[in-house]
Design a protein around this ligand. Structure first.
Ligand code: CU
Length: 169
């Protein structure tokens, strides 16, 4: 079918100069089109970002535990937990524990907020007094609530504190 059309077209062109002029104009038109078209795909393809696979939407899944290291600079949350939560807003599943490591050369005393009473989450008080190099894991956090915790020896210093929220599984 295409071959037949081509043959027919060639015959038509061979008939006169007019056909050549038309072809020339057509060629120029096509050239102009491809020129104009040449820039637009290049412009549109350049900024087109590769669709990055986005992680699961919504809030991160609560942790099944977290480790807080204490140095002279304050508390720091373990890197794995930090991918989901900051130290100031840790979320764990019910029954999880927090582990505190004293990596300082001084003693520290990890207790529940509030300052003075230390009774928001009594379970957190089981971390307690830690000598240099000592670490301790709290008893499981079973009650669904939010509790701040702090180093009793640095009360009021925001660097020596954090918060944990216990969530149902
Ligand atoms: Cu205190």
């Amino acid at each position: 079918m295409d071959a037949a059309r081509l043959t027919h077209g060639e015959k038509g062109c061979a008939a006169g100069k007019r056909c050549f002029t038309l072809l020339l104009m057509l060629a120029l038109f096509v050239a102009a089109l491809s020129c104009g078209g040449g820039t637009s795909p290049a412009a549109s393809s350049a900024p087109a970002p590769t669709p990055t696979p986005t992680p699961a939407p919504g809030p991160p899944t609560p942790l099944s535990g977290a480790t807080i290291t204490i140095t002279a600079a304050g508390f720091s949350l373990d890197q794995t937990s930090l991918k989901s939560y900051p130290l100031s807003d840790i979320h764990v599943y019910q029954g999880s524990s927090l582990t505190f490591i004293n990596a300082d050369t001084q003693t520290h005393d990890v207790l529940s907020d509030p300052f003075g009473a230390h009774n928001d989450c009594p379970e957190l008080n089981t971390a307690g007094f830690l000598t240099p190099g000592q670490s301790r894991t709290t008893v499981p956090l079973t009650v669904l609530r939010s509790c701040g915790f702090h180093d009793h020896q640095n009360e009021g210093n925001a660097l020596f504190g954090g918060k944990v929220t216990i969530e149902a599984r």
